[in-house]
Design a protein around this ligand. Structure first.
Ligand SMILES: [Ca+2]
Length: 183
């Protein structure tokens, strides 16, 4: 009688131990990956081949980076535009997403996408030319027939709202830039 009772107790303890052992791996496997900012995840997905540089910036290709809207972005440079860069902003007053360039090259903005998946063509509302040595950036509005208008910017220049810049083809330069000769 006594022996049978002891046996039942051993079985019960074994069951508890087994429960602990099987529960332990489940607990360690439940570590959750740190979730990225939704805009960051979307920006990386919209630009295949890009990679994250810091909490608010991705590199699209060498010489081309995009910063996401963020309160901390304006901490450095000129409106967040680092030295030697040309920076295009989605919104007026240097707001929204920012696309920046620091190599002399001819850029087609259709090659880069905003976090929402739309490309950057005709999306710029303000810009900063933070290059040096009076470097000239040429911002262009091209037509399907190959003709284009050019807005030349000599460093250092900031334009807070392209609505205020007259376009030679009529109206203003807001949301018309589709190509850029950086320098
Ligand atoms: Ca255009």
């Amino acid at each position: 009688m006594r022996r049978a009772k002891q046996w039942r107790t051993v079985l019960a303890l074994s069951a508890v131990a087994a429960g602990i052992l099987t529960a332990a791996p489940a607990a360690t496997a439940a570590v959750r990956p740190e979730a990225g900012a939704p805009d960051m995840v979307a920006a990386l997905r919209a630009n295949p081949g890009s990679h994250q540089v810091d909490a608010t910036t991705i590199e699209l290709e060498p010489g081309v980076r995009m910063s996401l809207p963020s309160a901390g972005r304006a901490a450095g440079g000129l409106h967040g535009c680092p030295d030697l860069n040309v920076c295009l902003y989605q919104n007026g007053n240097f707001g929204g997403a920012m696309l920046r360039f620091w190599r002399c090259q001819d850029i087609r903005l259709e090659n880069y996408d905003l976090p929402d998946g739309r490309d950057w063509r005709d999306k710029t509302s303000s810009f900063v030319n933070n290059q040096t040595g009076n470097a000239v950036a040429r911002l262009r509005d091209t037509k399907p027939d190959g003709t284009f208008h050019t807005l030349s910017s000599t460093a250092v220049q900031t334009v807070a709202d392209l609505v205020n810049v007259r376009h030679p083809g009529g109206g203003n330069w807001n949301e018309k830039i589709d190509r850029l000769q950086v320098c």
